[in-house]
Design a binder for this molecule. Structure first.
Ligand code: ARG
Length: 461
């Protein structure tokens, strides 16, 4: 086995220790960003005269060749070279010989890895935000197409007040909109260049950090080398933002699972997005929604993992930090596929407005409208609540649906009802009476949808 660690070592690394120490199995995912970082670094070394301009040129070309070989699949990473940084340097050495040894001038793997992760994360966060946007666009689309479907809105999982399906779907739009905002904030937090921090204390070479930052598209450089190489708070923020994405997707999934249950029968999921049972021939299961709900747990777990890795670390770099990558990668991958697969699911669901309307029949969900009417006639709300409560009790005892009581019948509980419009307990009047910003009236939901479209255009434009 080769000795990578130079003169200080007189024994090669134990094979098990080497295996335990190596991160190439997972950090190879950073290889393109590692090369990008190295190209920027070596350009800076040449430009500042820290190394010979011709050597810098040779190294840059070597890195380009290494990248081409990796893309073509003709070179391989090895566990002996431990991690992505040493692997790339080893491949570079094989390509251009000892001059490759000049690349690591004025830098350390500690500032290198922090740079790689930030570079990689900015790209991934861009992708995830687009995936969030795609789901939001589908929600707008579904809301527009189903604007006239009304269903029982729930509190405590009990029929509460009728709402438009569009309104309920748009609730998830706004949750995702805040998620997109948090992902943008996480991007901004990642947008800082650590390179130039060296192992922990900076470097004696006259490096040009601003040049490297502009080469790599970072808008600013880190202010403190010890902070830059050892904190991963930006990764925690990303996983926290993704945890909230997953929490929202999980809630929506739970809703779809319930609505898909035949007792509800409010939604049908296409055969292409459901799965069967190996034993029960009749089954058609909402596995996609269940898996999204389940995978929220992984991402929360990743958040706690990384926080726990970080909590006891003294400054500056510690090898514990190598444990940052898998939770971060897994969170990004999990959120991404969940968003994408939810999009496919939403393209293949049919909402059943008739079943939802049936569920509203005799469910007392317009009782508040009766009370609000009495308030408009001057009765204090608490008294109105009491009166309508008695009406509901009467309906339950006599088996009558609220919406079928006539005005004379209602007037027996309060003469104020003699002035009531005929459809006071009707579902449609109930939703459209809530015509305030943020309400469930058709006009209000239409305005909401316009605002949603503007929000999307603003963020993606
Ligand atoms: N593979 C390491 C990591 O992910 C790179 C940095 C190693 N630095 C060190 N001093 N051993 O953290």
């Amino acid at each position: 086995m080769t000795k990578l660690w130079g003169g200080r070592f007189s024994q090669s690394t134990d094979a098990l220790v080497n295996h335990f120490n190596a991160s190439i199995e997972f950090d190879q995912r950073l290889w393109k960003h590692d090369i990008l970082g190295s190209i920027a670094h070596v350009r800076m070394l040449g430009k500042t005269g820290i190394i010979d301009a011709a050597d810098a040129q040779t190294i840059e070309q070597g890195l380009v060749d290494v990248r081409r070989d990796l893309e073509a699949g003709v070179s391989e990473f090895t566990e002996e070279a431990e991690d992505v940084h040493m692997n790339i340097e080893t491949l570079l050495h094989a390509k251009i010989g000892p001059v490759a040894g000049k690349l690591h001038t004025g830098r350390s793997r500690n500032d290198q890895v922090a740079t790689d992760i930030r570079l990689w994360l900015r790209d991934e966060l861009g992708e995830i935000r687009m995936a969030v946007r795609r789901v939001q666009t589908r929600l707008i689309d579904l809301a527009e197409r189903n604007i006239d479907i009304i269903l029982p809105g729930m509190t405590h999982m009990q029929h509460a007040q009728p709402v438009r399906l569009a309104h309920q779907l748009m609730a998830y739009f706004w949750m995702l909109d805040r998620d997109a905002g948090r992902l943008a904030a996480a991007w901004d937090r990642a947008d800082v260049l650590p390179l130039g921090s060296g192992a922990l204390a900076g470097t004696t070479h006259p490096i040009d950090r601003e040049f490297v930052a502009s080469e790599l598209g970072f808008s600013r450089i880190s202010e403190n080398s010890m902070d830059a190489v050892s904190d991963r708070d930006f990764a925690v923020e990303t996983i926290a933002a993704l945890s909230l994405v997953m929490m929202h997707l999980s809630r929506f999934s739970e809703e779809l699972i319930l609505w898909n249950n035949p007792e509800f029968g409010w939604v049908t999921m296409g055969d292409n997005v459901t799965t069967g049972s190996s034993i029960m021939p009749q089954k058609k299961n909402p596995d996609v929604s269940e898996l999204i709900r389940g995978k929220a747990g992984r991402v929360y777990g990743n958040l706690v993992s990384l926080l726990t890795v970080l909590k006891g670390l003294p400054l500056a770099y510690n090898k514990d930090l190598q444990e940052d990558k898998e939770p971060l990668f897994d969170s990004v991958d999990t959120a991404r596929i969940c968003l994408d697969v939810l999009g496919v699911l939403l393209d293949n669901v049919t909402f059943h407005g008739d079943r939802m309307m049936e569920a509203l029949r005799g469910d007392f969900s317009t009782a508040t409208d009766l009370a609000d009417f009495l308030v408009r006639q001057g009765l204090p709300f608490r008294q109105a609540h009491e009166v309508v409560g008695q009406i509901v009790k009467f309906c339950i005892q006599s088996g009558r649906p609220l919406e079928q009581l006539t005005n004379p019948e209602l007037s027996e509980f309060s003469e104020l009802f003699s002035q009531a419009p005929a459809d006071l307990a009707g579902v449609l009047q109930s939703v459209d009476a809530r015509n305030i910003p943020g309400g469930t009236a058709r006009a209000a939901v239409e305005i909401q949808i316009e605002h949603a479209k503007a929000a999307i255009a603003h963020h993606t434009g």
